[in-house]
Ligand binder design. Structure first.
Ligand code: AHM
Ligand code: MG
Length: 338
């Protein structure tokens, strides 16, 4: 049979649509720790659930999915209906996927044992972060951390499986439901961002090898909560104002973090009178973002130590957090340490 080799069409009609998440995962398989394919599948499961959640969020306000669910979670915070929807979607995707044995979720007081005898991974997740912004059409997000279980597969889940330090994460990421939906993740070899193309139903690589600027102009804090915080915080904020830096605060950690990651800046949630240990949860908020920050060349600390080195003592433990561009976090540390 007569054949001819494929030649890529370089005319305007043959423009490249881009690299899908699937293709990226396949062609970077070697970058995945324990590259046996399960971790790749797990990321695909998370991506699928995030598409469903993205769809629900984009309809918020039209259907019956906004407003309070009528219950409080383990932290005593009122659950929104979309918090519950997102928790169901992610937990179901992780259960069906088969790679995960246990889930730690902001919305569940206890560890969910998925009863999956072949699951090698533990996932800690905040299914929908920034709940106070859901009903007012402001960006919200999902945050996840992935760990290898340390006890033998098939045996009951143990505290050491779910209470691992952040430095033991094998992958972590977030989904930002903003002006577009983005998935950003690391498997320990840099950070890449994918933008969701709704009409094609695919995530495409849009932010390759994200590098956090060494410094920046943005400082991000809920200033209303700072009276009663470490006096060093006031000193740092004063320096920011004196230096003409820009204050930006959305109140959704993922959105605030993402902006600072791209533009350069620092996010602060210190210990406050209302939250003496800080507000941000170590297992499913701080650790994932700290891993991403470091992989992108940034820094994350609680003011005393690296976030990724904090030993977790309980599932829903909180921590103060200062995260973002290295030089700004270093500068902050000179205030809170001295
Ligand atoms: P949530 O998990 O209940 O949504 O709380 C976490 C959120 C973060 O997204 C955000 O940075 C912070 O809480 C805002 O807190 P505050 O309203 O105290 O400024
Ligand atoms: Mg949260």
């Amino acid at each position: 049979m007569k054949t001819k080799p494929y030649k890529q069409d370089t005319s305007p009609l043959g423009y490249a649509v881009g690299v899908t998440l699937d293709r990226f995962i396949k062609s970077n398989q070697a970058d995945f720790p324990f590259a046996t394919g399960e971790l790749s599948q797990l990321l695909r499961d998370i991506a699928l659930a995030s598409k469903i959640v993205s769809r629900e969020i984009s309809r918020a306000g039209l259907g019956q999915v906004t407003g309070a669910f009528g219950q409080t979670n383990v932290q005593g915070e009122e659950q929104q209906k979309l918090d519950v929807v997102a928790n169901i979607r992610f937990t179901r995707a992780l259960t069906k996927g088969g790679e995960v044995c246990a889930v730690v979720s902001e919305e569940d007081d206890e560890v969910i044992d998925l009863q999956n005898k072949t699951g090698k991974y533990v996932v800690a997740i905040d299914p929908l972060d920034g709940s106070s912004n859901i009903d007012v059409n402001v960006s919200i997000g999902t945050i996840f951390s992935i760990y290898r279980r340390v006890t033998p597969m098939g045996s009951p889940i143990q505290p050491e499986d779910v209470l691992q330090k952040g430095c033991q994460q094998v992958a972590a990421g977030y989904v930002l439901y903003g002006s577009s939906t983005m998935l950003v993740f690391t498997t320990g070899n840099g950070v890449n961002g994918f933008t969701y193309e709704q009409s094609l139903g695919e995530f495409f690589l849009s932010h390759h090898d994200i590098q956090a600027p060494l410094t920046g102009q943005i400082f991000t804090i809920n200033d209303g909560l700072t009276p009663g915080a470490d006096p060093g915080i006031a000193g740092f904020l004063n320096a920011c104002k004196q230096n003409g830096r820009t204050a930006r605060y959305i109140g959704s950690l993922v959105a605030d973090f993402h902006r600072n990651l791209l533009k350069g800046g620092i996010y602060l949630y210190p210990a406050t009178v209302a939250n003496p240990n800080g507000k941000i949860r170590l297992a499913y908020e701080a650790n994932a973002l700290a891993f991403i920050a470091e992989q992108a060349g940034g820094k994350a600390t609680d003011g005393m130590q690296r976030i990724l080195d904090i030993p977790p003592l309980s599932l829903h433990q909180r921590t103060p957090i200062f995260i973002g561009s290295v030089e700004l976090v270093d500068e902050l540390e000179t205030y809170v340490n001295g």
